[in-house]
Design a binder for this molecule. Sequence first.
Ligand code: PRP
Length: 183
Amino acid sequence: MGVLVTLPPNPRMELVLSRETISRRIQELGQEISQAVGDDELVIIGILKGAFIFMADLVRALNVPAKLDFVRLKSYGSLTESSGQVSITKDVEPDIELRGRKVLVVEDIVDTGLTLAFLRNHLEQHQPHSVQICAMIDKLERRKRYVELDYVGFEVARGYLVGYGLDSAEKYRCLPDIYELKV
Ligand code: PRP
């Protein structure tokens, strides 16, 4: 029987989180969130595009009734630094009621925190019961704006990460594992 070896898809990439490690952590997060939520129906909002794969796996690890939606946010600035000016290019759909509801925001990576700080403020204007945040990766050392993260998959200090939804100029999102892209 052969041994399955996961090679980096190019030599400038170093494996940071394998698909098995990601999958195990998502099962833990799913149990933790399900227990905390109880029988209440959640409104789960994913942030496009990066969170789409994490969201797909997370919702299947949850054991709670939920409605799903997505938002898309744009932050203005250079390729590597957000300017702090964030705008919404796709909002929550009008038929998704937020008032009085428990909302769970699903994000792939938290960097400066500006995107989530903006979105939390935006969602709270709809007077939900609560807004909680589940982020797959927390890059705490890059934080410019405090944002409370209720559930975190992994804290990662190093590097520019790609794969499992994370991109570099729209490449690498489809990789099943997460890599550091060496420059
Ligand atoms: C990335 C990531 C987060 C945001 C985090 O999105 O998916 O949404 O940046 O950065 P911040 O904490 O500094 O605000 P990006 O704008 O690259 O779009 P994408 O999800 O479509 O890749």
